[in-house]
Design a protein around this ligand. Structure first.
Ligand SMILES: NC(=O)c1ccc[n+]([C@@H]2O[C@H](COP(=O)([O-])OP(=O)(O)OC[C@H]3O[C@@H](n4cnc5c(N)ncnc54)[C@H](O)[C@@H]3O)[C@@H](O)[C@H]2O)c1
Length: 437
């Protein structure tokens, strides 16, 4: 990737397009509006709250990231969505049950009610546990063309200078990349033929890339993670990234596992189980959608612990992930981890983690950061896969053949060094010998 010589300024409105207008998407837009009205703080967002060290430790230069790189301001964001369920933002947020009605939804009811989802490219073959009335019809190609028309209309009607798209829709059934995902010809022919290898999420990704709109995938389904769309992103100079927002249990896993590894402590077992009762939990109750999620959740430990390089410590690791749909919990998931570790001379120890988390509260700032950073990458002329955003994902998208970095601290370092690199500042290596010269 070429170092940007200049970054176009973030002038005018940035449209944030959200396929899926459920718990995560509505918590995100409601939060941005609450921050804009001075009713809340953007906690969890690096773009809004994190500082970045520049130069030496003794230089005292630690601006906020948003003052260092030219990001779109929250006041310039406008939101659009698609969902087969026709509920407006207020109704959908009430139904999601994440934010309190009196405290956080009613004060911005006018704003939320005004966002009505466009008709979705949706198919119950790919998401089996829900259905709605707000759907497109026609061949897959016709639906992709309609999404492209939606994108252009949204941009025009809202006076947007630029757009980004973040997939916040349900997890689709497990699909493997195949011949139809290889070339643009085979992919477009497959869309015309309604080939089962083309999932709805791919239609949004294709439409976005054809319209020059950066695309992030917050769910574990393939979507833009196929050869043809990666190539299209690179050819059209459009940034893409994915997959599956790193929240909840995997976030904790990628915080803890690097710790064990750095101290050369062994791990013999890691059993993770979850109960959750939101619509996402219901969709994941379908074994085929769960399989997509399971693949995404299992990869992280393997890559962090590198059992091939450290067989004595991690060669026999037994890793199990369970997700159980339990309606009373709604969005307030509980994730238990039992971790069997071992130390000096093989003596065993156990760690138990019980994380009473709120999925969408953890995911919302990720959506914001991805929207702003993808827009930045686009203005910096950085097309194709944005591996520096792997910080936000459970299954980071990388160049073909390259294993992903899952260690959250490496990911964080990479993200910040990429920002320094974009702005032609020195990398921070933490070597620090100069302080002792
Ligand atoms: N909340 C988290 O912490 C978290 C973390 C990682 C990934 N995710 C993923 O983010 C996604 C959203 O999660 P959520 O809790 O908001 O789920 P949700 O069920 O509340 O919302 C998803 C919405 O997507 C809609 N939808 C499904 N297929 C669609 C399509 N083809 N086009 C447009 N809309 C479609 C559904 O009707 C639903 O309203 C899920 O895939 C979930 O697995 C969430």
């Amino acid at each position: 990737m070429k170092q940007p010589s200049e970054i176009r300024p973030a002038e005018g409105k940035l449209g944030v397009l959200l396929p899926g207008f459920g718990a995560v998407a509505t918590t995100f837009v409601a939060g941005v509006e609450a921050v804009r009205r001075g009713l809340a703080e953007p906690i969890g967002s690096l773009t809004q709250m994190n500082r970045i060290r520049l130069g030496k430790r003794t230089d005292g230069r630690t601006p906020l990231i948003k003052d260092f790189v030219p990001l779109a301001g929250l006041e310039d964001l406008v939101f659009g969505s698609w969902d087969p369920i026709p509920d407006d933002g207020y109704t959908s947020a009430l139904n999601a049950g994440v934010l309190q009605k009196e405290k956080h939804l009613d004060p911005i009811k006018d704003f939320l009610s005004a966002i009505k989802p466009m008709s979705a490219a949706f198919d119950t073959d790919y998401v089996k546990k829900l259905d709605g009335t707000n759907k497109k019809s026609g061949t897959k190609m016709e639906q992709a063309e309609e999404i492209r028309a939606d994108i252009r209309r949204f941009k025009e009607e809202n006076g947007c200078e630029r757009l980004v798209m973040v997939w916040c829709a349900s997890t689709e059934v497990f699909l493997r990349p195949g011949a139809v995902h290889e070339t643009l010809e085979s992919f477009e022919q497959a869309m015309r033929d309604d080939d089962p290898g083309i999932a709805p999420s791919m239609l949004y990704a294709y439409a976005a890339l054809m319209e020059g709109v950066p695309y992030a995938n917050g769910a574990p389904n393939l979507s833009a993670d196929v050869t043809v769309l990666e190539q299209l992103a690179a050819d059209n100079g459009v940034p893409i990234c994915g997959k599956d927002f790193k929240t909840g249990q995997t976030l904790i896993k990628t915080i803890l596992a690097p710790g064990f590894k750095t101290r050369m402590l062994g791990v013999s077992g890691w059993f993770s189980t979850n109960i959750l009762g939101n619509r996402d939990g219901e969709v994941l109750d379908d074994p085929e959608s769960f399989k997509t999620k399971e693949e995404s959740k299992l990869g992280a430990l393997e890559h962090i612990l590198q059992p091939d390089l450290y067989p004595t410590l991690y060669g026999d690791l037994y890793h199990k992930v369970r997700i159980n749909y339990y309606p009373p919990r709604r969005d307030n998931k509980e994730g238990w981890d039992n971790i069997d570790i071992f130390g000096w001379m093989g003596y065993p120890m156990q760690i138990k983690v019980d994380f009473l988390c709120r999925d969408s509260i953890l995911a919302a700032p990720i959506v914001l950061d991805l929207a702003l950073f993808l827009d930045l990458a686009s203005r910096a002329g950085m097309g194709g896969i944005q591996e520096w955003l792997s910080f936000y994902f459970k299954a980071p998208q990388t160049a073909p053949g390259l294993y992903p970095e899952h260690d959250i601290f490496i990911q964080h370092w990479k993200l910040k060094n990429t920002l320094r690199w974009m702005m032609h500042e020195d990398m921070v290596t933490h070597l620090g010998t100069e302080y002792y010269d």
